[in-house]
Every structure is written in C-alpha cells, then in structure tokens.
Design a protein around this ligand. Structure first.
Ligand code: ADP
Ligand code: MG
Length: 428
C-alpha cells in the first residue's frame, strides 16, 4: 500500500544577510503510513515547524522531494490539516463558525457544512459550546476548537505542531488522553498523524514511532519504535524505559557534539543562555537527597518540572564548567560541583570564576584583553564582531549575554549595559 506521506532527502535553507544561507533542514527523510502516529522530537529551532510547512505544501524545499499518497506535493494539499500551538481562532466568530471555516475550501452546501462542523464539535467534546466565542472559553477548550477545525475536513494527514504546549499540565493531559482514545476507537476521520513535540513523555504516550531530530541543521538522527499497547501507562516500567532510552540518545548525541566543539572551536563555541541561578539551582537539587550527587536525567527533569529544552542547556553548561558530568542518562556532580553545593556564596563565586578562566575560553579571552589594555575596558563590539565571524548574529548576542551573566556572578569582569562596554571596574 502506498504511504500517506514520503519525505525524501529534503533540504530547506533561508536567506540570511550578506548573501549567506541558513541551512535549516538537511537531508530529511521520513514516511507516514496509514494508521500511524509519528512523533518528531527535537529542540526548538531544529526546523520542525519548517518541515510541517513543507509537508502541508505551504513552502517548497531547495532539494529532495515530498509526496502525498504517491503524488508529488507542489502546493497546498487538500488532505492535510494542521493544528497549531497558538489556537489561531477568530475572536469575532463563534465556535461553530470557527470550525466551519475549516470547510471553506471544500465548497460544500451550507447544510452539509453545518452538519459536519456540529459532528466535529461533538466528537471533540465541545457539545453545547457551538455559539460561544473564543474569549468565553478556557485554553483547553480553545485548543479543542483548533482540533475540531482540523478534523472537520476529514484530512488524511493531521499535522500537529506542539499542540499541547500552551496548555497547563492537567488540561494538556486530558486532551492527550481524549485524542488517544478517539484515535484508538477509530472515531477520528483521519488516517495518519504527525505530532511535533519537545516533550519526550508526550511522544512516548502518543506515538507509534518517534523520530529524534537533531539541530543545526535539522536532521532525523534516529528512530525509536514504541512497542506498547494503547492506552499507555506512564508509570509502567516499560514506559519509563522508553523515556530513558530517548533521553540517553538525545544526551549522548549532544554531549558528543559538545566535546567536538570544545576541541575544535574554543572561543567561538556558541553558549545557550543559562543563568548562574539555574546552574546553582540544579547543583543544589542534585547534591541534596535523594540524589546525593547523581541523578537520572529524566528523574531530575521531572522533579524540577523542566522540559528537555530547558534541562539540557543547564546540564551542558554545568558540564562545560566541569561542575558536573553527563554520561548515558545520568548527571553526576564533580568534586568541584560538590564543593560548590556545600560552599558559601563567596566560595561559590571563586569556584565559578576559576571554572570560567579554565574552561570557558571566551571568558578567559575577554579577561585577558581587559587585563592587557591600559584602560582595562573594551567595547562590546570588540568581541561581538569576533564572534559573528563564526556564528549567526543572534547566537553571538546570546553567547555574549551568557558569558556576561556568568562573569558577573564569578566577578571575573563587569559589563555596563548602557555604555555597552566591558571593564574590570568593581570586579570584586
Ligand atoms: P522549530 O519548529 O523546530 O522550533 P523552526 O522550523 O521554527 O524550528 O525554525 C528553524 C530555523 O529556521 C530557525 O533558526 C528559524 O529562525 C529559521 N526560520 C524559520 N522560518 C524562517 C523564515 N521564514 N525565514 C528565515 N528563517 C526562518
Ligand atoms: Mg516550531
């Protein structure tokens, strides 16, 4: 049987300033079969939304090919519908009118339009709210309208772009459970679903297969088949094994990439914005019971109420500063990390300052330049220009911002936001 969707060696770039190109997707290959829910799991900025737009036919690739039920995708595809993170409802239309909007392109008689919209509203649990306006609904209900609007066209493929991430935990869980149930009972007029998420547990809960997406450029790095019957139990050991396995894969890849970066590009290594407070917080949590210095990454993420997107950069920063080591799915405080946890504020600052000098080449570089200048100061552009030779402008800004916040905490040098200048003034 022909696949619902085939994406083959797809490449997508965006123009950047100065005639340069930003490579967002490179050599992406995947397929969706009848009856499948496939998850795309990756960090923000890895190109997931870009890929969904290509699949919906809303933009074109620079290389490779996409096909829908065997036919090349060359423009907007009738049988593909999308649910967005933001609900994208029209505030001046009622629930019924918002849902009917999904049918506009099909040119159905008014009566059939209304019947189908009412059926979709009913199916998705909004019965009785047909004439309500979006502002009268909770976030969860609004997202149900978003789902109804996508489902009403009876699409063969439903694309969902982080559809639960704007909802509170409980509402999101209710909606996930309802969807899985509708899907399991074959009540949804849909043949296959692609779910974009950065939440590992969500992917394991809902998907038949999970594709792990790497960043810069976005690529399918690996695929994990979730061989568990629905409905799935989050607390079962098998469920936790899958979550662990995905964590381990994602961490292993990132740690490997970081090692390479440390080795190759010293000063020019991009740093994600992680504050000293986040680092101290995670060190304290790790050092306390029940972890006593070592934790399973999924466990501590869960306990700290962090998503992958939030935990990994902190863990990476701690590893860069040699305050912790990440191996397999574990994070472990180093000797220095333990001293930091036990230390008073002054000792913490000293440890931080030393770690910056020894392990963050950019921080050591800035300090050296300031030491050598008679004025002991330097404009921001002195370092920003240097970084921009090696990374995009926004990454350079973020890297510098990160180093500034770290250096402030460690009192290695200071930075005056108004003057946009570094100096050694009041460093102690
Ligand atoms: P994700 O959905 O995984 O968070 P996106 O697909 O939204 O990632 O974005 C991936 C990268 O592509 C980002 O660096 C983003 O800035 C860039 N990008 C996305 N759309 C455009 C566009 N229309 N023009 C320029 N850059 C874009
Ligand atoms: Mg996105």
């Amino acid at each position: 049987m022909v696949n619902l969707l085939d994406v083959q060696n797809v490449k997508r770039t965006f123009p950047r300033g100065g005639g340069e190109e930003l490579l967002v997707l490179d050599d992406v290959t995947l397929s969706l079969k009848d009856g499948e829910i496939v998850g795309l799991l990756g960090r923000s900025g890895s190109g997931k939304s870009t890929l969904l737009r290509l699949i919906a036919g809303l933009s074109r690739p620079q290389g490779g090919a996409l096909s829908y039920m065997g036919a090349p995708i060359e423009g907007p595809v009738q049988g593909v519908a999308m649910v967005f993170q933001g609900f994208a409802l029209f505030p001046w239309l009622t629930v019924l009118e918002n849902v009917q909007l999904g049918l506009e392109a099909l040119n159905l008689p008014a009566r059939e339009m209304r019947e189908r919209a009412l059926a979709a509203i009913d199916l998705i649990g909004l019965d009785g709210y047909e004439s309500a306006y979006p502002r009268e609904l909770s976030g969860g209900m609004r997202q149900r309208v978003g789902f109804a609007r996508a489902v009403v066209v009876h699409p063969n493929i439903l694309l969902m772009d982080e559809p639960f991430s704007a909802l509170d935990v409980l509402t999101a869980e209710n909606l996930r459970t309802d969807l899985v149930e509708l899907w399991g009972n074959r009540k949804l007029p849909i043949k296959g679903i692609i779910l974009v998420t950065h939440n590992i547990e969500e992917a394991v809960l809902m998907c038949d297969r999970v594709l792990l997406f790497s960043s810069n450029p976005g690529r399918v790095a690996s695929e994990i088949k979730i061989d568990l019957p629905q409905p799935r139990d989050r607390t079962s050991p098998q469920f936790e094994d899958y979550v662990d396995k995905i964590y381990v894969e994602m961490t292993a890849r990132r740690v490997e990439r970081m090692r390479q970066q440390v080795g190759v590009a010293a000063i020019e290594m991009p740093l994600s914005h992680v504050s000293p407070n986040q680092i101290s917080g995670l060190i304290e949590a790790l050092s306390a019971a029940p972890y006593n210095g070592k934790a399973d990454l999924p466990d501590i993420a869960y306990e700290q109420e962090l998503e992958v997107d939030e935990l990994f950069p902190v863990a990476e920063a701690m590893q860069l500063l040699r305050l912790a080591e990440v191996e397999g799915g574990d994070i472990k405080l180093t000797h220095m990390g333990k001293r930091f946890a036990d230390g008073e504020l002054n000792e913490r600052k000293e440890i931080f300052s030393r770690a910056l000098q020894n392990h963050v080449p950019l921080a050591a570089h800035i300090r050296k330049v300031l030491d050598e200048r008679v004025s002991h100061s330097a404009p921001k552009t002195r370092f920003l220009d240097e970084l921009e030779d090696h990374m995009p402008e926004d990454a350079a800004e973020e890297t510098l911002k990160t180093v500034v916040s770290w250096a402030r905490f460690g009192e290695l040098f200071s930075y005056d936001d108004d003057a946009a200048a570094f100096s050694l003034e009041n460093p102690t």
